[in-house]
Design a protein around this ligand. Sequence first.
Ligand SMILES: Nc1nc(=O)c2c([nH]1)NC[C@@H]1CN(c3ccc(C(=O)N[C@@H](CCC(=O)O)C(=O)O)cc3)C=[N+]21
Length: 300
Amino acid sequence: MTAKIIDGKAFAAGLRERIAEHVARLKSEHGITPGLAVIIVGHDPASQVYVNNKARQTKEVGMNSFKYELPEDVSEDEVLALIEELNNRDDVNGILCQLPVPKHIDENKIINALSPAKDVDCFSPENVGKVAIGLPGPVPCTPLGSLMLLRDELGDLSGKNAVVIGRSNLVGKPMGALLLRDSATVTIAHSRTQDLPAICAAADIIVAAVGRPEMVKGDWIKPGATVIDVGINRVNAPEKGEGKTKLVGDVEYSEAAKVAGAITPVPGGVGPMTIACLLANTVTTACLANGLTPPSDLTA
Ligand SMILES: Nc1nc(=O)c2c([nH]1)NC[C@@H]1CN(c3ccc(C(=O)N[C@@H](CCC(=O)O)C(=O)O)cc3)C=[N+]21
């Protein structure tokens, strides 16, 4: 058996088309153009690429993009002042501060400064709580993208055994909350979990979000299971030439693809969904800011 490859890149393109339609309707019917502000501190080349991709896709779906590139040595107070200014701007519906930030800036202060109404990463305690109890609001981008792929692949997730590997605030915990909302039977595994292979063996759904290259082995997977690989790990690739690197996920892809029913590749799986869901969240917060019901196909 060979797994179906879940094409996250294609799904994300389709999602962006739906987002563009919603944006066009918000403009024509309500005179609203959603706006997303992205803040980047310093000159990390990988972060620059991501931020530029986000800005380009924001414009492609018809939203306004505001980019703030701050120098590496900017003071914490200056970043906080910028966030405060953006919190108060009516044309900004989403604010994202690209992480990581330099060490002299306290990430928690940044997160706490963001208005929950514009927190499109869904980092704030208020928004995390809304996700847990199912109230409308932004949803963490990577878990939302993963959920959309799972629903598309499996339809109803009710009663499925779902194992989430990783308990981060960004991915593992909210992923568990979303799967539970869809009535899956959820296990969250982590570094202290005993006999992870045995737990995976019972899983209809595996979401791997540990950040360790190829940690989940092919022979742990139940035949026919659906595997969502959240990991994006850059590793050395001597087979491509000296000094070359490649991206791999948290799952041993070549072996897993022989057993799984469906699997996301890396790259081209969850990564593109994360950015598309950031745009989806911006439509959601723009609607909520204007007393409108957010489109149900853009949220959990
Ligand atoms: N406030 C904040 N929010 C974030 O959501 C956030 C962040 N900071 N800091 C960095 C991480 C990383 N992240 C990725 C998003 C998409 C891809 C993506 O599209 N990856 C492509 C491959 C890209 C490549 O080739 O390097 C793929 O998987 O196909 C990767 C990584 C969002 N992050």
